[in-house]
Ligand binder design. Structure first.
Ligand code: SME
Length: 152
């Protein structure tokens, strides 16, 4: 499925969900199914400045990441998408799966605060391009809109 089609399909997938975890679960499953060359797609949810493992697809992963640690923590602190072409070169990278070679993290914001981080890993170096970044930011905007309807 092309990015354009995926962006059209996404609202149908998550709208009318009344529980945020169900929304995140299907969102991660959808990306895991349709993105090529990825080995992990999932969410870390911000609970009092600790990122806690949320719905995901892939191998078991670390359950807690402080804002001060890892690629996810960096993304949460800066509230900006971060692309890591080679995870071995990122100081502080947390390796949950040694197969992962590159990574992208996108912040999910609610009321201007980090609600969660979308984390995607790839088993190949330099997997994520500017086009991927643009698509994922558009996709997470759709998710943010739907989450706003159900979060307090
Ligand atoms: N690599 C991440 C940790 C999460 S796993 O990739 C699923 C990090 O450095 O924050």
């Amino acid at each position: 499925m092309k990015y354009e089609e995926m962006l059209k399909y996404l609202p149908n997938l998550i709208e009318n969900n009344t529980y945020e975890i169900s929304m995140l679960a299907n969102f991660s499953a959808f990306l895991f199914e349709h993105l090529e060359q990825v080995n992990w797609v999932g969410f870390y949810i911000n609970i009092k400045q600790i990122l806690k493992l949320g719905p995901f697809q892939g191998k078991i992963a670390c359950t807690e990441i402080p804002f001060t640690k890892g690629v996810c923590g960096h993304c949460a602190t800066t509230q900006k998408t971060i692309m890591i072409p080679n995870v071995c070169e990122f100081k502080g990278h947390i390796a949950c799966d040694t197969q992962s070679k590159s990574e992208i993290c996108i912040p999910i914001l609610f009321k201007e605060k980090v609600y969660a981080i979308l984390d995607i890993d790839s088993p190949i170096l330099n997997r994520f391009s500017i086009d991927d970044k643009r698509f994922l930011e558009q996709a997470t905007k759709i998710l943010e809109k739907e989450l706003e309807k159900i979060l307090l």
